[in-house]
Design a protein around this ligand. Structure first.
Ligand code: FES
Length: 166
């Protein structure tokens, strides 16, 4: 709604204010915010724009340019399926379908429980081990459609074990 400003949580404001009021630090601020929130909330981008005194549109353009940033909340387990040429030839589309069958999310979506999100990426430079998938920082090579289910079921097992022990 026009004229209404949303109060930024104190911890996010602290992340931004930890940097000098200089546009050279915008990406560093965004990286810290992405790490903290798993995405870049709009109000945080607005605060960055105020802090470094540049138009919001420029901050927004940076946030949307880099694939490392997301404007919507990502899941605790962020799945990236490479859909570059080598991975595509090795059936990356089948992996994406298999993920949909297992978790019911398409690229760009997050599961309702907030556990999984999916993104397709261009070549990550590991074509020799195509098709490649990355979950958080872990790389999975030569992924088969059966293998992807094992990985997802393994993560679900870990989630359930953690829930029981807490
Ligand atoms: S095309 Fe997937 S790693 Fe190169």
């Amino acid at each position: 709604m026009p004229g209404i400003t949303v109060q930024l949580p104190e911890e996010l404001e602290r992340i931004i204010r930890a940097y000098p009021s200089d546009k050279r630090y915008i990406l560093a601020m965004m990286q810290d915010l992405q790490k903290q929130c798993n995405y870049l909330p709009r109000e945080a981008l607005e605060e960055i724009a105020r802090h470094v005194e540049i138009p919001f549109s420029k901050v927004y353009a940076l946030a949307t340019f880099y694939k490392a940033f997301s404007l919507v909340p990502r899941g605790k387990y962020h799945i990236k399926v490479c859909d570059g040429t080598a991975c595509h030839i090795k059936s990356s589309a089948v992996l994406i379908d298999q993920i949909f069958n297992a978790i019911a999310i398409r690229p760009g979506e997050t599961s309702p429980d907030g556990m999984f999100s999916l993104e397709t990426v261009n070549c990550i430079g590991a074509c020799a081990i195509a098709p490649v998938m990355v979950i958080n920082e872990k790389v999975y090579s030569k992924v088969s459609s059966a293998g992807i289910l094992d990985v997802i079921n393994g993560i679900r097992g870990d989630i359930n074990d953690n829930a029981k022990s807490s």
